[in-house]
Ligand binder design. Structure first.
Ligand SMILES: N[C@@H](CCC(=O)N[C@@H](CS)C(=O)NCC(=O)O)C(=O)O
Length: 336
């Protein structure tokens, strides 16, 4: 009985979503569903539109059945895990910046769960650069209407807009760390190599893992829906349609990036990173460098999801991760 009413409610929701300007609605929903991880898969968008259309027409086969059955599942919350970690501040001294190098007004346009945005936040937090956050609505993107660049993160620094996480960090780094120590200079190539590895490899491990089954997809979208900038109705659409869509999209991503076992691939990436540390506390030696901050930043949104917990349980990455939590310390985010 409860299942029947859940199915009806899900069906009504999907019909409502599809009622006006269908194609635009599919595209927006897909965008919202796929924003996590910067996914850009044209055929997945078509797949999503088709699935949503089949749901709206009552053709409950394949993906549609799956989508409708989601209503019966309980979404796991990560809140308890996330709020229970304690940051041991001060164990690792931070590099102090000269006050005149710290920008006066920094605003980050972001999606809370976006790994690229979290990479930028790890940098800002580590260097204690105060920043305001504007959470962008992935449907309307009205908060970044003023910008030609339609992705996040966008960092506004004293009136200048910077885009693309790695480019933002490069430009901010050049501005606030003008003279590098000789040891930092000698590790430059290694730092660059691992920062590239984060963008080219590590980020692609995330979506297949956090959406790998229904409960993990719901857990992830519960987090996204509760932390993003959504209206109440969008929240529901994002949580259930998003979780359903991303479950399937993540299967496509596995193919695209030649991943057969997503957990094994995540563990392998974590082990690869620990091997890169080669016994050092951080890639940067006694202090984190931009490589450490990049890996930490993209892993931060998944750390207390099922996949992040599994990763820490099954690999050697946990100790480094805890050192990073301690080194990065509290967020330097300020109220907008
Ligand atoms: N290379 C970019 C990728 C940024 C990116 O793909 N961001 C995603 C969010 S995680 C995005 O804005 N996607 C477009 C959208 O949501 O429409 C970076 O490192 O900043």
């Amino acid at each position: 009985m409860r299942r029947a009413s859940t199915l009806a409610a899900s069906s009504a929701l999907s019909r409502a979503l599809l009622a006006s300007s269908e194609q635009q609605q599919y595209n927006r929903l897909f965008q919202a569903a796929s924003f996590y991880g910067g996914i850009n898969v044209g055929s997945s968008r078509r797949w999503f539109s088709t699935s949503m259309r089949s749901i709206s027409q009552g053709g409950y086969s394949g993906a549609a059945k799956f989508f409708l059955s989601l209503g019966g599942l309980a979404a796991a919350s990560i809140a308890a895990g996330a709020s229970s970690f304690l940051v041991e501040e001060g164990a690792y001294a931070k590099e102090l910046l000269k006050p005149d190098l710290i920008p006066k007004d920094v605003v980050l346009y972001q999606y809370e769960a976006c790994p690229f945005c979290n990479k930028v936040k790890a940098f800002l937090d580590y260097y204690d650069i105060p920043y305001k956050v504007v959470e962008v609505n992935p449907f309307s993107k009205k908060e970044i209407k003023w910008s030609d660049y339609k992705k996040v993160p966008i960092l506004m620094v004293d009136g200048e807009s910077l885009v693309d996480s790695s480019a933002i960090i490069d430009q901010m780094g050049n501005r606030i760390i003008p003279v590098k120590s000789s040891s930092a200079l000698s590790n430059d190539d290694e730092e660059k190599k691992w920062r590239r590895w984060v963008d080219d490899h590590l980020v692609h491990m995330l979506s297949p893992n956090i959406y790998r089954n229904t409960s993990e997809a719901l857990e992830s979208f519960d987090y996204i829906a509760n932390n993003g900038n959504f209206s109440l109705s969008e929240k529901y659409a994002v949580k259930y349609a998003g979780a359903a869509a991303m479950y399937f999209v993540s299967k496509k991503l596995k193919k695209k990036y030649n991943i057969t076992d997503e957990r094994a691939a995540l563990y392998e990436a974590a082990e690869t990173w620990v091997n890169a540390l080669d016994g050092r506390e951080f890639l940067g030696g006694l202090k984190p460098n931009l490589g450490d901050l990049a890996v930490f930043g993209v892993l931060r949104p998944i750390r207390y999801l099922r996949s992040g917990k599994d990763m820490v349980e099954h690999t050697r990455i946990g100790e480094w991760y805890s050192r990073m939590e301690s080194a990065v310390g509290e967020s330097s985010r300020i109220k907008a």
